[in-house]
Structures are given as structure tokens and as C-alpha cells.
Design a protein around this ligand. Sequence first.
Ligand SMILES: [Zn+2]
Length: 122
Amino acid sequence: MHELSIMQGVFDIVLDNAEKHSLTKITKINIVVGEISGVEPEALDFAFSYFARGSIAEGAEFSITRVPLTGRCRRCGEKLQGLVNLECKCEGPPAYEMLTGTELYVNTIAGENEEDGYDEAD
Ligand SMILES: [Zn+2]
């Protein structure tokens, strides 16, 4: 499953951050997933549970922020949204540029460390 290798990458980032900030427990992870990033949110949920088990992120709140596909016509500047409507009504061949929808990144990692109990990193 594709999402397992993505989640492996997410955990590399999470554990890196945990080390940098001396976190002993991860409490929250948020990742941003674009509509056409090719990732299934349900499969990511599963992959998260798989990697979290027995790690410092076990029991953490895992959330996914989904970003819709949007684009803009280079000719008339009209904003377009969604796979079906990503074609402008103005004349000529398709000339749109993509604005959002391909994102895939770790947005927020929050955790606790022994010294001050709470720490948050981007
Ligand atoms: Zn147009």
C-alpha cells in the first residue's frame, strides 16, 4: 500500500521533530492532503495506526486537512474548481494553471516533553 510508505515519511519527520524538541509523547499530528495528491485519507488513517502502535505517537490525535483542486484560467483569470469544471468557458484550448490540490505535507506536530510539559512545532 502506497500510503504506508507515505506514512513512513511522515513518521520520519515526526520523530525528527520529537528529538529536536525533546518530546516524550506526541499528542497531535495534522497533515494536509490535496484532492489529487493520489492519497486515500482512509488508508492514511490505517497507516497511522499501524506506525503509531508502540511508538511515542500512540494515542495521538491524527487529523487530515483536505484541500480541493482549484485552478485559474491563464486567459481570462477565472477561478475554476473541481476535476469536472477545470475547463474554462472562454474560447480557445485549455490554458489553466493549478493553484491547489496536489499538496501532501505535515502541517502540525504537537507533543509533550519532560521539562515544560508542552511543546508545539510546525
Ligand atoms: Zn478563461
